[in-house]
Design a protein around this ligand. Structure first.
Ligand SMILES: C[S@@+](CC[C@H](N)C(=O)[O-])C[C@H]1O[C@@H](n2cnc3c(N)ncnc32)[C@H](O)[C@@H]1O
Length: 438
């Protein structure tokens, strides 16, 4: 069965842009990006439910679905609010692809989600063969080349389609491709099994717990916010880390969440409504420092005076190349990749001014390029002499890469989630922890 070894099938020139320095690691990195992390992780909102009570809910769901073959649910000692679900034990063999089944074609982002255990939502379906019936079993393929015409009725023959698993049809063609102004929504195909063996449970997120990647959970633990502190989340939407910060603070103190996207802030507000410590604003964080006497409003409204915060999370806008599995990369031009370090440096400069002496700044990205990770750290240490690196613990990832201007004694304090053996099998991610000198 064909499976890609790089998310850049259509644009190989971009590959060399990804890791400019560490080129020896490029091929394994690209192959790793295409593969699915095997473990599913939920972060429990311990302000609402105990971890044991949520574990029981998960175990019941898994038992209903898989009976005797239910995968194990387990926790990790240094991330007590997280629960992990193991992959299924049985392997998916080539022989289990039934050529008699009708086919559904999905786009690559829908394909990536289903490999991580999602069902197929209507907008992700590109094609369904004619006469496919409700409840019928179907084979599901992803179109890597982006050549399948939306709404096709015939079987899509292409060397660039990959088999992902089998599912049961819940919506018919006329519902999916109705040409109306209101596109279809809801689950179109319920997955029965997939080649990654990640359990197909769909997303069980609720106010009690959130489906969240392991490094995002580690990132907030590295920040280690304490009850009663003032914390700034500079790039907060969709607010997943903001909620975690408030939970670790026991919802006591002040968490200010900024994001410059109106629509993203609008959609995160209802989720953050029930935390009394959080206030959220649509605001451009490159202008978060008050100039002169500009600030006259309450202390939770931007812009802010220098040294206003005990801890700051800069979960920066980035190229997002740590996403896994990445069946095809949405970035097609090197100039897009090159645009991120500039905004990251501008946001970082504001963060340093807003941090009080002795305060903690965590810089993170969900990408793998050195330019947006270690190079930003090297630049920051060179530019801001009142900052020093701290060990980014708890550690579930590997160390950062050394660079000519970032020696190994410093890079080992960083945390990089990647294909290295030292790293958990999860998405690509980067975390650096700084303290401002007292
Ligand atoms: C990686 S996402 C943040 C994810 C979020 N921290 C979470 O865990 O849910 C980066 C965010 O930065 C926001 N952003 C980009 N430029 C910004 C700016 N100048 N000021 C504030 N937010 C910005 C984007 O809208 C996006 O929501």
């Amino acid at each position: 069965m064909f499976y890609p070894k790089s998310p850049f099938l259509g644009s190989p020139l971009l590959e060399s842009e990804i890791l400019k320095v560490n080129t020896a690691g490029l091929a394994p990195l690209l192959e790793w990006l295409c593969l699915t992390p095997k473990v599913t992780t939920y972060r429990v909102n311990t302000l609402r439910i105990t971890v044991d009570a949520f574990r029981e809910k998960l175990e019941n769901k898994l038992a209903d679905r898989y009976g005797q073959e239910s995968p194990k649910v387990y926790g990790l000692p240094n991330l007590p609010e997280m629960l992990c679900i193991e992959p299924l034990v049985t392997k998916f063999s080539e022989a289990s692809v039934d050529p008699a089944l009708k086919e559904i074609i999905v786009d690559t982002s829908c394909g990536a989600a289903l490999l991580r255990g999602a069902h197929i939502y209507a907008p992700g379906v590109l094609a369904m063969e004619s006469n496919t019936q409700l409840q019928e079993a179907v084979s599901v393929y992803a179109d890597l080349g982006g050549k399948c015409k939306r709404g096709s009725v015939t079987r899509f023959d292409s060397p660039e389609k990959i088999f992902l698993g089998t599912g049961k049809v819940l919506m018919q063609r006329y519902q999916l491709f109705n040409n109306s102004d209101e596109p279809a929504t809801g689950v179109a195909v319920e997955m029965q099994s997939n080649i990654s063996r990640v359990p197909s449970l769909g997303d069980l997120s609720s106010e009690d717990a959130l489906l969240q990647n392991l490094p995002s959970i580690v990132c907030v633990r590295v920040l280690a916010p304490q009850p009663g502190e003032r914390v700034l989340d500079m790039c907060a939407a969709p607010g997943n880390k903001t909620g975690h910060i408030a939970e670790l603070m026991g919802d006591q103190g002040s968490v200010v969440a900024l994001d410059n996207s109106t629509s993203r802030v609008r959609s995160m507000l209802p989720k953050l409504d029930h935390y009394k410590s959080i206030t959220a604003h649509v605001f451009d964080s490159t202008k978060a420092v008050a100039v002169g006497a500009a600030h006259s409003g309450p202390a939770t409204v931007p812009p802010f005076h220098c040294a206003s915060f005990d801890r700051i999370l800069l979960d920066a806008p980035c190229s997002g190349l740590g996403n896994r599995p990445q069946l095809s990369c949405s970035i097609k031009q090197a100039k897009v990749l090159h645009s991120y370090p500039n905004i990251q440096r501008r946001l970082f400069g504001q963060a340093v001014q807003l941090l009080r002496p002795g305060g903690i700044l965590v810089y993170s990205t969900c990408t793998v390029t050195e330019a947006e990770c270690e190079c930003i750290v090297a630049w920051a240490l060179e530019k801001f002499h009142d900052l020093h690196l701290m060990d980014a613990t708890p550690r579930l990832g590997g160390p950062g890469f050394p660079l000519p201007d970032l020696d190994a004694s410093k890079s080992r304090l960083l945390q990089r989630f990647g294909p290295s053996e030292a790293s958990a099998d999860t998405v690509g991610f980067f975390i650096a922890k700084f303290q401002k000198n007292k």
